[in-house]
Design a protein around this ligand. Structure first.
Ligand SMILES: [Zn+2]
Length: 453
């Protein structure tokens, strides 16, 4: 802002401000609260089914206070205290939400030692340092993450969240699930000599008493969600147990064990996410009252009906099942292909039936260097409209997080988390892989698109 031009510019702006609905509110802004006005060429607000054109979004401090039609003439400079960001050539959307990530996991790249090396050889400080980098990568437009467990990095996610909220490191809003829970025989590390005690990627429980205690511990230490692994290994059946060629996965917790966790967690007014591929384990997840099914590779019609009846969410994470397939003629290769093909069928059925779906990727299982938004084209390929896919990562994901109206939405009363892309993501959803503007909590983190006064 050029100080020499304040007076005439201020008069012009005043006339213009009065012409839009937010004028009176701006006049009463406390001197301490910064005001930013963003002009959006197009606005996809996260909830409405069609975009608006030529809109002014007013941000005061960290909140959106007004969304109005911009009108015809826009002044070129603004008085002190108002920052104007011109995104008139861009599409503005709410900050995106990835509801399934692992900031403490780094891609499980076999050449780098895969999953095991991260638990066996990396000091926790090294893993925490890398988690801060993961969290920063998430600002490819993803301003909130539901992080789905630390993989034996204890309560590290609570610490990273504290550092972000305290302003010590940049990062998205984190909803954390700490250690996660499975049973004996239900999670790696495994395959080592029985005489050697190796760390496990989760807290192991056996029996409803231990299950409830684990949930209490995790909630007490800061878990926003409880994550439970309801299935473990999966393979294509070829030994006469079950139908040949069927994707089978090993169930873990009993319904009683899960019920103890769900009962405890709901008492704390928190929710339970269940990793479940299909079959018996997924059925137990539904019968035990899980709030969200993670992955859901094989969903029967009856299970989809049960999800709708119970209001259960599906967080599908499609893309992660399309990378790193083993050779086609190996049992692992057959399993990898079967997982993907079954998943597509289940996802299409769930979309059609109206199951509540939240966007999730399993980043961390996918290297953090890759694009988080790669999930969008996969969702559209398998039956969602581009608008449905966008809503799954905005208003729907916010609903999953109990943040309806506060995140995933551009409207008065929402936190000022927003992103912008040049072009129309409804015409080409891949545009979301190139977010050029990111604001979180009213602060601009990235701006490669806009001119600013
Ligand atoms: Zn995961």
């Amino acid at each position: 802002m050029k100080r020499g031009t304040i007076l005439p510019a201020a008069l012009l702006v005043l006339v213009w401000l009065i012409s839009i609905a937010s004028a009176q509110k701006i006049a009463s802004v406390p001197a301490t609260s910064s005001v930013t006005m963003i002009r959006a060429g197009a606005l996809i607000d996260g909830e409405s089914n069609s975009p608006r054109r030529n809109v002014i979004i007013t941000v005061r401090g960290n909140m959106i206070t007004d969304v109005s039609d911009a009108g015809a003439s826009i002044p070129t400079s603004f008085p002190a205290g108002v920052t104007f960001i011109d995104l008139s050539g861009a599409t503005v959307l709410p900050g995106l939400i990835d509801a399934h990530t692992h900031i403490f996991l780094q891609g499980e790249v076999p050449a780098e030692g895969g999953y095991d090396v991260q638990l066996l050889k990396y000091p926790l400080a090294f893993r925490a340092a890398r988690a801060t980098v993961s969290a920063r990568r998430a600002r490819q437009g993803f301003t909130a993450l539901r992080d789905m467990e630390t993989e034996d990095a204890g309560y590290g996610d609570v610490g990273i969240k504290m550092a972000i909220e305290g302003g010590y490191i940049p990062g998205p809003r984190l909803f954390v699930s700490t250690r996660a829970i499975s049973t004996t025989g239900g999670y790696p590390l495994e395959g080592y000599a029985p005489e050697i005690e190796v760390p496990k990627g989760v807290q192991i429980i056996d029996g409803p008493v231990e299950a409830r205690k684990a949930a209490r511990e995790q909630l007490d230490h800061g878990a926003d969600w409880i994550k439970v692994y309801m299935t473990h290994r999966s393979w294509v059946s070829n030994n006469g147990v079950g139908k040949d060629g069927e994707l089978v996965s090993q169930p873990t917790l009993t319904v009683e064990e899960l019920r103890a966790i769900v009962d405890e967690t709901h008492g704390w007014r928190k929710k339970v996410a269940c990793h479940a591929y299909g079959g018996e384990g997924l059925q137990r997840a539904l019968d035990g009252g899980c709030d969200s099914i993670e992955h859901g590779l094989v969903l029967t019609d009856a299970q989809i009906a049960q999800m709708i009846r119970q209001g259960t969410w599906l967080c599908p994470t499609l893309s992660v099942y399309y990378g790193d397939w083993a050779a086609a003629d190996t049992p692992e290769g057959k399993r990898d292909r079967k997982r993907a093909s079954e998943h597509e069928v289940s996802f299409r059925k769930a979309v059609k039936a109206g199951v509540k779906i939240a966007f999730g990727t399993d980043m961390g299982g996918i290297p953090w260097t890759e694009s988080i938004a790669q999930e969008f084209p996969r969702m559209v390929e398998f039956g969602m409209t581009p608008m449905q896919a966008i809503q799954s990562a905005t208003s729907r994901a916010a609903e999953l997080l109990e943040m309806k109206g506060r995140l995933g939405l551009i409207a008065p009363g929402s936190y000022a988390d927003m992103v912008a892309v040049s072009g129309d993501p409804l015409a080409d959803i891949r545009i979301l892989e190139n977010v050029g503007f990111v604001m979180k909590d009213g602060k601009v983190f990235k701006n490669e698109l806009a001119s600013k006064n």
